[in-house]
Write a protein that binds this ligand. Structure first.
Ligand code: ADP
Ligand code: ASP
Ligand code: MG
Length: 431
């Protein structure tokens, strides 16, 4: 059987939802749908999840969220009317949710309601059974999936049954609603695919697969026909946001294939993601901005066992968790997401690092990006030299390079303001 996850654009309005039904009905092996909250209907539109976060922020300031919530309610009512569904129960559910948000049920509860309502509507439209993710998906304190989820879900799913399950959220072991990080419905889909023993996990979105470069940057980028779990994880980790980088983990052990497909062009084959591939060469390039960079140096640093670990522990105390590391003989560069700490926190952290570890220097810089060139057997491939030459030719400064430590990805640190152009330039040079 096949588990199908539909992203926000596939649920954006009643016309999109009709396409979803046609897709589900076109193949009898598609018996479980995992759904996101309604996304944008056009470039100027708002995602329901963003509006729910806004409602919660208002409630936290003891202000009523009613004016924002009314827009959310209208979206769902319009969808239900468009699908010719009864709106009485829906209106009551919306009212109850607004009151709960106003009463301070918290961020995760508020954010989760987008998926909850989508799944309720979808279940009645299809005549399939609704399963509340809060009853089955257990999320640990650190945001990872608790393996209990697989047992609980499997206990609810009967062979031959048809189900709609909301994505993005579950509950902690105490039963309190908790969400994954943004884009987390991809993770929910993977969890459900594993629990259901699916042969295939279809991830339906608004593009015909994973492209060799972000289609918003490179207009004529080509779709990647096939890639491995590792490649898709590493590409999404550097910004290829079509598939959440944590959504691979649940399906790896069972080797379930993933197919990224386009709800607006269901005839397109999309991208197949499989456990492994012998293919060599470059498959994609992507960049992710919004990083800050911490630079440290101390003579003979690496002669002191435990020092790097102790510094990382200190970083964690300040809320800084590096995503990428580059090591020199006596120096370290750590890239971390800029949102993790404000300037005053970082200034104190740097002072403390300097003092406690007697560093020769320590400082941080904002506005960095990390670019990844992803492929197979890249530790045995010199195309990254071509990429560097193309960047130099385009006058783009390279800040850091990591080649050879992964056979899947070569990392190139560039300034945030150069990131998009760097993707374009490298795509042109390598594809
Ligand atoms: P969904 O709501 O269906 O989960 P997302 O917005 O999360 O969809 O992901 C789809 C979007 O990802 C595309 O519309 C595209 O703009 C963006 N994207 C970024 N990089 C890539 C890439 N390399 N290939 C395809 N899409 C990409
Ligand atoms: N609706 C959530 C978000 O916007 C989760 C998802 O779409 O996957 O992040
Ligand atoms: Mg997504």
């Amino acid at each position: 059987m096949t588990v199908c996850k539909f992203g926000g654009s596939s649920l954006a309005d009643d016309a999109q939802i009709r396409k979803v039904r046609a897709i589900l009905e076109a193949d009898s092996s598609r018996t479980i749908a995992v759904v996101s909250a309604p996304g944008k209907r056009n470039a100027d539109d708002e995602k329901v999840t963003d509006m729910l976060y806004e409602c919660n922020a208002l409630a936290q300031q003891n202000r009523s969220c009613r004016h924002v919530f009314d827009n959310i309610a209208r979206r769902y009512i319009d969808i239900a009317k468009g699908l010719k569904l009864d709106t009485v129960k829906l209106a009551a559910a919306l009212d109850e949710i607004r009151q709960n948000i106003d009463a301070g049920r918290g961020t995760d509860y508020a954010a989760s309601r987008g998926e909850y309502l989508s799944a309720r509507i979808m279940a009645s439209y299809l005549g399939w059974e609704f399963i509340d993710a809060a009853e089955c998906i257990v999320i640990n304190g650190d945001g990872t999936v608790n393996p209990l989820s697989y047992e609980r879900l499997a206990g609810r799913l009967e062979e031959g049954g048809h189900y709609v399950i909301p994505g993005f959220y579950g509950a902690n072991e105490q039963g309190v609603v908790k969400t994954f990080s943004r884009g987390g419905s991809d993770i929910s889909g993977a969890i459900v695919a594993r629990a259901a023993g699916a042969d295939l996990y279809e991830n339906w979105t608004d593009v015909s697969g994973m492209y060799a470069a972000d289609p918003r940057i490179v207009k004529d980028a080509k779709v990647i026909e096939e890639l491995t779990y590792t490649q898709v994880r590493e590409l999404s980790d550097v910004g290829a946001s079509v598939f959440h980088e944590e959504a691979i983990a649940p399906v790896i052990e069972k080797g379930i294939a993933i197919n990224i497909r386009n709800t607006n062009a269901p005839e397109d084959p999309g991208t197949m993601i499989r456990p492994s591939s012998e293919k060599k060469g470059i498959i994609g390039v992507s960049a992710k901005g919004g990083y800050s960079k911490l630079k440290l140096r101390k003579l003979m640093m690496f002669k002191r066992p435990g020092m790097r670990h102790a510094m990382l522990t200190m970083l964690h105390l300040y809320g800084v968790r590096p995503s990428f590391s580059f090591f020199g003989i006596d120096s370290i560069v750590w890239y971390f997401e800029s949102g993790q700490a404000n300037d005053s926190v970082l200034k104190s952290m740097v002072e403390r690092l300097k003092k406690d570890f007697q560093l020769d220097y320590a400082y941080y810089e904002r506005d960095h990006a990390m670019l990844g060139i992803v492929g197979g057997h890249l530790d045995d491939d010199t195309s990254f030299i071509t990429a560097c030459a193309a960047l130099k030719e385009a006058g783009i400064r390279i800040n850091n390079v990591n080649y050879g430590s992964s056979n899947t990805t070569t990392l190139i640190g560039v300034n945030d303001s150069d990131a998009k152009r760097a993707v374009e330039v490298i795509y042109k040079a390598l594809f």
